[in-house]
Design a binder for this molecule. Sequence first.
Ligand SMILES: Nc1ncnc2c1ncn2[C@@H]1O[C@H](COP(=O)(O)OP(=O)(O)O)[C@@H](O)[C@H]1O
Ligand SMILES: [Mg+2]
Ligand SMILES: [Zn+2]
Length: 546
Amino acid sequence: MTQALYRRWRSQDFDEVVGQEHVTQTLRNALRDGRVAHAYLFSGPRGTGKTSTARILAKALNCSAPEDRRPCNQCPTCIAINEGRMIDLIEIDAASNNSVDDIRELRDKVGFRPSEGQYKIYIIDEVHMLSGPAFNALLKTLEEPPPHARFILATTEPHKIPATVLSRCQRFDFRRIPANEIVAHLRHIVDEEHFQAEEEALVAIARSAQGCMRDAISLLDQMFSFGAETVTLAQVQQVLGSVSAEAVSGLVEALAGRDIPGGLRLVQQLVLDGSSLNEFCHQVVEHLRGVMLLQMARDPALLDDLPGETVRQMQAQAQRLDLPATIYAVKRFSEAAAQLKGGYQPQLPLELALIEAVQGPPVSPAPGAHAASAATHPAAAMPAANAAPAAQPAAEAKSGAAAAASPTQKPGEAAPLDPAAIEKLRRRWKEFSAIVRDRCGIRVQAALNTVRDIAVSDQSVALAFGNNAFTHELIARPETHAQVTAILSDFLGRPVLLECQMGDQARLAHRIAAAPERSAGGEDPLVTYAKEALGAQVVDGSEPAL
Ligand SMILES: Nc1ncnc2c1ncn2[C@@H]1O[C@H](COP(=O)(O)OP(=O)(O)O)[C@@H](O)[C@H]1O
Ligand SMILES: [Mg+2]
Ligand SMILES: [Zn+2]
């Protein structure tokens, strides 16, 4: 069996460690000046070069070439280390040797002089896995190291290392390697191995590796093993199970065109295709981030690691969306990515994100929308329909309850509003929303958070769901409607009836509707979609949270 590509391509010299110049340059200087520390801690994500650099340092310490040319990779010591047969280089995997006995054994032997080189070098990988007593034993060794011993500790989780140990080490943080540097390194490997690869394929590999060079090289290896003449973008996407850029751009296109049914169909198709919704969601966020950058900076150079076609799409979308809408969409899809856990109704967070993103940030009662002006003008954040009545002097509005009973008022006329109750619901929306979540689950909560406007009279509460037939439907379902009505009544301290409405402005007719209106009716493609594609399960508020 041939050696894995990432092993064959292990960096052998400081020059070959990509993207960690801040570490390698400092180590070189220390070697040149004979100031190599007794103990180092290399921290950072996996596959970024910690072990490789530790071995390069070990070679350099024992290399017989002149200081400024170490490691030479030619002398017997360098060759022995490269071939993994150097006795004075001891590598310990703390993940599997984490007991105090393992470290005691190390301590007992550390005093013996090196047999070949000048230094005995210990590389302790995944050092955060050591047990408490093992750390104590290690600390004793680090406090009084024999002059011929050097320690290199490596970890992906530096916060788990005791401060006493940290204080004995010089620390280097390895960073995630930028995508363009990974691409360049992959290109180098492809050329040296006499393979062919599309530039965009390498970009896709680099991006999916998220700064981890090992993953990038492994994926490239896998692509080579396909045996095709040229590694193509399509192959990479296939291997990654990644949704095509087309689907991602398509969703953002639906967002820009405010085409909810189209977007929902696209999500449904992904589910049917068995695509990874999580991956999709992340890519949507990344795409939207590109759109956002273009809106802010108008500089396509910011996105020069993306395919030209994608950048052109983003530019067009940047024109059609406005910046606040894009920012809100980025937030909503990031949240959805965190909520997507698969299992029951796996696509719901994604669907809600789409719907809410199309509708834009909730004007009211947005959690956190406690602008100072809103406190003095309760209706300030409300759209016009309610702003008008609520803008009346408070006394007049307060007398609303009495006016409601007035025989002069005709049925169908607007009912007097209760600004205090509106204000209460708006200011304490988070609290209300949390109660809903407790009693009805996160889906009902999320649906309620799409409400665009509220109106409250002494007898009823109207919630306007914008053009979101999907969430309107969800709340209007009899069982959920009853639950939400009960919670609202509790919350306001008096029995109220709940009206779910479409449109951006909640209106309270004086006559109280027993059942919520359905302005969209069954004809709305969204309602049809909600019924047919999502089924009754979606609207069952008593289900456990997602
Ligand atoms: N910074 C880097 N530059 C070049 N190759 C790297 C780099 N980091 C990792 N690699 C590749 O990944 C493999 C594993 O790297 P390694 O040094 O063991 O990472 P770590 O110890 O940080 O997990 C190496 O053999 C090499 O092929
Ligand atoms: Mg390692
Ligand atoms: Zn050498």
